[in-house]
Design a protein around this ligand. Sequence first.
Ligand SMILES: Nc1nc2[nH]cnc2c(=O)[nH]1
Ligand SMILES: [Zn+2]
Length: 439
Amino acid sequence: MKLYRAALMHTPGSPFAVPDALQTHDDGGLLVEEGRILACGSYPDLRAAWPGAEVVDLRGGVLLPGFIDTHVHYPQVRVLGGLGMGLLEWLDKNTLPEEARLADDTYARAVAREFLAALASNGTTTALVFGSHYASAMDVFFGEAGASGLRVVAGQVVSDRMLRPELHTTPERTYTEGRALIERWHGVGRSLYAVTPRFSLSASEGILDACASLLREFPDVRFTSHINESPREIETVRRLFPEARDYLDTYERAGLVTRHSVFAHNVHPSNRELGVMAEHRCTAAHCPCSNSSLGSGLFPLRRHLQAGVHVSLGTDVGGGTGFSMLKEGLQAYFMQQLLGAEGEPLGPAHLLYLATRAGAEALGLADLTGDFGGGKAFDAVYLRPPPGTTLDTVLRHAEDPGRVLADLFTLGTQADVAQVWVGGDVVYQRAAASLEVSV
Ligand SMILES: Nc1nc2[nH]cnc2c(=O)[nH]1
Ligand SMILES: [Zn+2]
């Protein structure tokens, strides 16, 4: 039994629903046994109640629940930085040529390792991962994900039009390869499967129906895709699906809008779409860095909240600008500021919730991870800025926990991530002298 001692913060509730959702302990303790949290509270109280527990002294930094990235592309880590393009040009010129390279398993393995290492070193402990178009690259990915210790929900991406021929499949292969991957990997270790048509623009009704068949056969499997990202994309989908009422309807008619569905972006939704999403309790994964970089638009967070649609956060690497969920939270804040009177004012508690607990809820994993509640897995990120950095200076002068959290989102980077745990296992440790001091 270990007692981790640090300043700690988490959001067991939603700050969009309750005013005191942020819980903090300046001198906090987390009691952990076999990777599970037994208790979370003030260190002196826990120390008195469990005097025999081994103390891990992490004072000087802040312990947060591990970040949960609900939209990130495994094959795109090497093509980050493709600036100056809108979505469709960016896919065509920057991204799809790289995705085709994952036909080679050796290449795919190197990319998978880089990708998983980047998640862990940024403090992300759970990710909903858009996969590769190649089934063999997904076998490689799930193998590497198991070795990394991270929680991943991932699936083979499927498309049968409008991309490039080597990335296209058929409804039949969608079903047979998807089924084989689910049987091999869903529920194995910390991995789950997500059925993943790329977007309706590149999917025939046949492909969407094959995806629905998989979901009917494996009801516990998750679903993810893109929606309502850029005006040109939306217009093309309208032309490709003349019968559909709107973009969501292309998925809805196939039976793909469920509690297990996570739709990335949704920057330009209609009120009807928001109503249906709320009714089916699916999630919009907001990706503010990507929406800014690709010029997709300003996410209408308030309209989602007013309609009752659940919202989580994603980095959308490589349309986004990196793996940091701290940066993503800050960009979400910026975009609501830029919306003026239509923006939803976000405080640090909202940013922490969006980066952690909201993702766990989106993925149906809120009983397992996303906050430090008793019985949950010890999935955590320890942020400790190197001495002399601006964040280090600012934190020394922060007057209350809310301000500490705001400072972490404003100034925190990958360099401030000192250690990361999943289920009590260390999955990342910054190269330095050991931070664990047992007393
Ligand atoms: N941002 C983003 N949008 C997409 N829509 C279809 N594919 C993609 C992708 O790879 N990135
Ligand atoms: Zn994406």
